[in-house]
Design a protein. Structure first.
Length: 314
């Protein structure tokens, strides 16, 4: 049986709505726990008897499967909800959904559109809320990314170069989560698809405290030289419009063998799904430098660690 939910005068639950919600020490703790789950050192079922709602307003493969498996492995019951089959499709506010679900479950995971939607859900919720992707952020993905990098080298001092659309949610999350871990993050892409200035400023402020760094460039050789990690993503993010001119410009930022030759010791990451032959070539994603499928697996372990941490069971 689930434990009682917080009363209205209880402290607000701890949410994970964007990467900056975890301090450097908190992020490190989640990543340590994720590594323990993956290695088998941590085998407990800390959420035994609890329930977690996982709500999708956008399509999903890895997020859906990894969260459902993670919740079950933690001992909880996953309540998988497609928003199209709920009253959200008939005008119910997402804030009201947060209030209602909080009376049934012990945490809520949401994959949605505007950042304001998950903020509204969290404001109404009485249990922890997790961002499984919004238009602005992809923080669960970057936890898995950091776990994957840490399996190959120490995070602090790593030089990570992201190639492609710098204005999307993955680039934003890499900037904030990466600098939180002390990584030097370079975003390289067309000038008209650079990260939002507010995101860059936030990452720079974090880097000043952690020893990380932020670079924004449109020159691939500058970005890739000395990189320990080369990262790319699809050119048209889910639900986002990319003009023919922007797509033409992005073709100059394909992650291929020529780019890998600039940083021959680098490992390659891609958050998937990949449009092979567009942002990345078969030779690179299937080659010896690729850690893409380790990265996909790590969604499971990182999300188990995150749910354990947020629900206070660590």
């Amino acid at each position: 049986m689930s434990e009682p939910h917080p009363e209205k005068d209880s402290p607000a639950p701890f949410h994970f709505l964007e990467d900056g919600d975890l301090s450097p020490s908190q992020q490190a703790e989640v990543l340590r726990l994720a590594a323990d789950y993956k290695s088998g050192e941590e085998t407990g079922r800390p959420l035994e008897g609890r329930s977690v709602a996982v709500v999708f307003e956008k399509p999903s493969t890895r997020t859906r499967v990894s969260f459902e498996v993670a919740v079950r492995q933690l001992g909880a019951h996953p309540v998988m909800i497609d928003a199209q089959t709920t009253q959200l499709g008939r005008g119910e506010t997402i804030g009201d959904l947060g209030k209602v679900l909080s009376r049934y479950v012990d945490a809520i995971v949401l994959r949605t559109f505007e950042d304001d939607r998950i903020a509204e859900l969290a404001e109404g919720a009485g249990v922890p809320v997790v961002n499984a992707l919004t238009d602005g952020w992809h923080p669960c993905q970057t936890l898995a990314d950091l776990q994957t990098v840490a399996e190959n080298r120490p995070l602090a001092g790593t030089r990570l170069a992201y190639l492609g659309d710098g204005s999307n949610n993955v680039a934003a999350s890499l900037l904030v989560a990466g600098t939180t871990a002390g990584i030097e993050v370079t975003v390289c892409g067309p000038e008209d698809q650079a990260p939002a200035p507010a995101v860059v400023a936030r990452a720079e402020a974090i880097a000043a405290r952690t020893g990380g760094a932020v670079h924004i460039t449109s020159d691939i050789e500058t970005a890739a030289t000395g990189a320990h990690v080369l990262y790319t993503d699809v050119w048209s993010s889910m639900g986002q419009a990319t003009s023919p001119e922007q797509l033409a410009n992005l073709r100059n930022y394909q992650l291929n063998e020529q780019v890998l030759a600039i940083a021959p010791e680098a490992v390659v990451l891609h958050c998937l799904p990949a449009h092979r032959g567009e942002e990345i070539t078969d030779e690179v994603i299937d080659g010896p430098s690729s850690r893409v499928f380790d990265q996909a697996e790590n969604r499971l372990h990182a999300q188990k660690a995150l749910l354990t941490y947020l629900t206070g069971e660590r």
